[in-house]
Design a protein around this ligand. Structure first.
Ligand SMILES: *Cc1c(COP(=O)(O)O)cnc(C)c1O
Length: 366
């Protein structure tokens, strides 16, 4: 046993990522693979961002002051606030972690959706909080009425993923306001909107309205999915300037890198490419949903850049057979969904190859 490790760390689970492309190629003797297991954007990096990022490499010896401020200003403009309402992190994951550090102490309770992004649970445990898990409802959706029942005077954070990963579902936006009002005074709602850009904004709660009204709401976004910069590691939060001030006090000074920042700034100045390919991915998501349904899979409405679906067979077995064909997807057994899989929307070409692959796999299972 290693000495000196915090007792809270013993309760944490290490993040297990999906297999990398190189691993799959080596293991299965393949010359190419399609990676649709991590919800990355296969059309990225966008040309708009790529040029600026290349130019930025030559300035990597200098701290990223200029673009750090510039990105906050651009995000503020987009959201109708000044830059004091925005802060950054190296990926939304880091933003979530710093929020946990800012708010949580021993004895606090947090509420998390049981079938959702795993990080909420782990970063809460490491801060000494007690984690209350609330299962999704029968339609694989986070139900705020169920969450309301789990609120106690000790609840400090309610972590919500909307649209939810891995199910693609969205909360009933009409239940949002009464939930916020039911939260105890010191409790914060942290809304992870990593996939919001893939969803019609009318279907999501108007988070900015709640934040501007001074409610305890923190909104989190990432450049990893819609904007195609997963390796650039840029995430951000929007909250009241008072909260942002504490977040900035707790997080490290320059918690975003020059190259990612240069890409993000370029994309905020010109979203044309993102919009063009974003629309295409949304179109392909609906197409894939229909095609999988035709193959006899049970598909669920998705508002993200992936499709969540169920077959009559073991998802891990299907995942394994797809790997043999060089197609990486995410079987959802880790969330207790033994027959469900999550497949990210790739390029149209890749989506077609995935469909052909799963068609063949399903035939061998019959
Ligand atoms: C991918 C993802 C993130 C993390 O994004 P990064 O910015 O790459 O850290 C956060 N939340 C959810 C729900 C995600 O799926």
């Amino acid at each position: 046993m290693v000495k000196g490790i915090r007792k809270e760390a013993y309760d944490c689970e290490k993040y297990v990522s999906g297999k990398s492309m190189d691993e799959v190629m080596a293991e299965y003797g393949l010359s190419s693979v399609i990676k649709l297991g991590s919800n990355e954007n296969q059309y990225g990096p966008y040309e708009t961002a790529f040029k600026e990022m290349q130019a930025e490499v030559g300035r990597i010896n200098i701290y990223p002051e200029k673009n750090y401020i510039r990105l906050k200003e651009l995000l503020g403009e987009k959201l109708g606030v000044t830059k004091d309402w925005v802060s950054l992190g190296h990926g939304a994951g880091n933003v979530l972690d710093s929020v946990a550090k800012t708010l949580l102490e021993d004895g606090d309770e947090v509420i998390v959706p049981q079938q959702s992004y795993r990080l909420y649970r782990e970063i809460s445990k490491i801060m000494g909080a007690k984690v209350i898990e609330v299962p999704l409802n029968d339609s694989y959706t986070i139900d705020l009425n169920d969450f309301k029942k789990a609120l106690t005077p000790k609840t400090k954070i309610v972590w919500i993923c909307n649209p939810n990963n891995p199910t693609g579902s969205i909360i009933d936006k009409d239940s949002f306001s009464s939930f916020i009002d039911a939260m105890p005074e010191n409790c914060w709602m942290v809304l992870d909107e990593a996939y919001a850009e893939f969803c019609d904004s009318d279907l999501l709660p108007d988070v900015m309205k709640f934040i501007k009204e001074g409610k305890n709401v923190i909104d989190i976004h990432t450049f990893s999915k819609y904007y195609g910069l997963a390796g650039g590691r840029i995430g951000y939060l929007v909250a009241s300037p008072e909260f942002v001030n504490w977040y900035d006090t707790v997080s490290e000074p320059f918690n975003a890198n020059r190259i990612g920042l240069a890409g993000a700034v370029a994309l905020m100045e010109n979203e044309e490419e993102c919009k063009k390919y974003g629309d295409l991915m949304i179109h392909d998501r609906e197409w894939l949903n229909e095609e999988l349904t035709k193959l006899g899979c049970k598909c669920y409405p998705s508002y993200a850049n992936f499709v969540f679906f169920e077959t009559p067979y073991s998802a891990s077995e299907i995942g394994e057979k797809l790997l043999q064909k060089g197609i990486i997807v995410r079987p959802c057994g880790g969330w207790g969904y033994e027959k469900h899989l999550r497949v990210s929307i790739g390029t149209t070409e890749q989506n077609k190859e995935f469909l052909q692959g799963i068609k063949e796999v399903l035939q061998t299972m019959n």
